[in-house]
Write a protein that binds this ligand. Structure first.
Ligand code: FES
Length: 501
């Protein structure tokens, strides 16, 4: 389903597909906010080509909350405890600087993206949560006095909620902002190519050769800005991160809405803000996240809708979508060199749901690296840090699942097997010792795939709420027909050839 943000860009500029071999100084893979922000800064200095496998801002960057904030939940106590006060202060400063940078870009480039200054609040109405808020307030005070305020009332209709407030934060429409960046990049002489999927990257001499559809791009430097990195070795990012899916909706609540941006600390975690729809104030709610690939018994849309209707009984739901985010195990993004073994290859990933400010931080760090400049924040986001990595058992399990899922490519799907799948549902069935992924549409049309992830071979499961195949290992998603939707899997699923039934 299209997000509200992506709908707001309907009929806007389309970019061409690659139709020739290209030589460039920098190739950026991924035209979300990180790729475009990096392209924005770099295109002022050198030639840049930005590749997008589908449509620009079509994935996470077009589906997020659009909150431009350094308040990342109750995060600063965790940062001080895990990395020390200086580290936490730098993290705060890096994110505050990113807010200023974004505002500056909006103003200097005249980008119409509903950018608006607002306070950000994290709130709780439960004893434990309130205790945590007080601890967080003390932690933030240690880093920067006066940065945050403790408030005993919030405008959101939640009984007895208390909160900590960060003033001077902002919100915007992320795809309109991204669209503004694309105009600047093109004006600077950069190229943006849509429907141009990078499937292979090889080092040839001092340069990189990238296979894109039927063409090659040769580049001195490459930036992987695909949310989840698609190169497995070296880098090993698949051992350091997982992906999380959240549900989002936009509602017309038919009553007055609040000022400010809110995030609940109590479970279930839900984020709230308002959006501007041609002068009308609507509610955006995002939450009920789950680790991608873990089967959900109840539809997250229903839960989110219920939460909104408890607060605003007359709410009418206008848009719904899901968003996927990449979570690093230590909760710090990875920004910088892809690996010590691959010079001139850069990465930005693991934004832990705070991709707006992180995308600008990443763009500045990577631009400085490419231009040979120091960046005061590069050390805290260092992408080549080794720890932590995932539990080795998960790795072994992944290999086992890959082995167990080897399937022959031709088979006949028996009628009783087809009958065992309800219309509108999908599942894995066993046919002659082969595992087959089957989806039956509402009208009874049958689609079969090999339920084996094209990233590293884990067995997929069918998400019956969203009608897609999901991978429990690193969160790739595929349509019921097998089309690769979300990275790190970039190749489509192999299709089973099933004879007449
Ligand atoms: Fe890595 Fe599926 S996403 S194996």
């Amino acid at each position: 389903m299209k997000s509200f943000w992506n709908e707001s860009l309907e009929n806007k500029l389309q970019f061409p597909e690659i139709n020739e071999n290209i030589e460039t100084s920098v190739c950026i893979i991924g035209a979300g906010l990180t790729g475009l922000s990096t392209g924005y800064y770099l295109s002022k200095h050198t030639d840049v080509v930005i590749l997008e496998k589908d449509k620009f801002c079509g994935s996470t960057s077009g589906k997020n909350t659009g909150k431009v904030t350094s308040q990342h939940g109750v995060f600063y106590k965790y940062l001080i405890d895990s990395n020390g006060k200086d580290f936490a202060k730098k993290y705060l400063n890096a994110n505050e600087k990113a807010i200023k940078n974004i505002e500056e870009i909006v103003n200097t480039e005249n980008i119409e993206c509903d950018f608006e200054k607002e306070s950000a609040y994290v709130f709780s109405s439960q004893e434990n949560g309130i205790e945590q808020l007080k601890e967080e307030k003390k932690a933030v005070d240690k880093i920067e006095k006066e940065k945050c305020k403790y408030v005993k009332n919030i405008e959101l209709p939640i009984q007895k909620a208390e909160a900590i407030e960060f003033e001077n934060q902002a919100k915007f429409n992320p795809t309109k902002y991204a669209y503004g960046l694309t105009n600047c990049i093109i004006n600077n002489g950069g190229k943006i190519l849509e429907n141009s999927k990078a499937t292979d990257i090889n080092k040839v001499g001092d340069k990189y050769e990238i296979s894109v559809n039927d063409y090659k791009i040769t580049a001195d430097k490459v930036v992987i800005a695909t949310r989840y990195p698609t190169i497995n070795i070296p880098g090993y990012y698949f051992l350091k991160m997982y992906q999380s899916t959240s549900y989002a909706l936009i509602a017309d609540v038919k009553e007055n809405l609040f000022d400010g941006m809110y995030l609940s600390l109590d479970m279930p975690i839900v984020s709230f803000r308002t959006v501007n729809d041609n002068g009308k104030k609507l509610l955006l709610a995002v939450g009920y996240d789950y680790k991608t690939g873990v089967e959900q018994t109840v539809n997250g849309y229903t839960k989110l809708e219920d939460t909104v209707k408890k607060m605003y009984p007359r709410a009418e739901i206008l848009y719904k979508w899901t968003a996927e985010d990449c979570i690093s195990l230590d909760k710090i993004p990875y920004i910088g060199e892809y690996s010590n073994l691959m010079k001139n290859l850069y990465v930005a990933t693991g934004f832990n749901k705070w991709g707006i400010t992180s995308s600008n931080i990443a763009a500045n760090i990577i631009t400085d690296k490419i231009l040979g400049k120091e960046n005061e924040y590069e050390e805290i986001f260092k992408s080549t840090r080794l720890e932590p990595i995932k539990n080795k058992d998960e790795f072994k399990n992944m290999l086992k699942e890959a082995k167990d899922s080897i399937i022959l490519s031709k088979f006949k799907l028996p009628k009783d097997t087809i009958d065992s799948v309800e219309n509108g549902q999908g599942k894995i069935v066993q046919v002659d010792n082969q595992k087959v992924g089957v989806y039956k549409s509402e009208t009874g049309e049958v689609f079969t795939v090999k339920p084996v992830c094209t990233h590293l071979g884990c067995e997929l499961y069918f998400n019956n709420h969203d009608k897609i195949w999901e991978c429990p290992c690193h969160g790739s998603k595929f349509s019921y027909e097998g089309k690769a939707l979300e990275v790190p899997g970039i190749k489509d699923l192999e299709l089973h050839q099933h004879g007449e039934n």
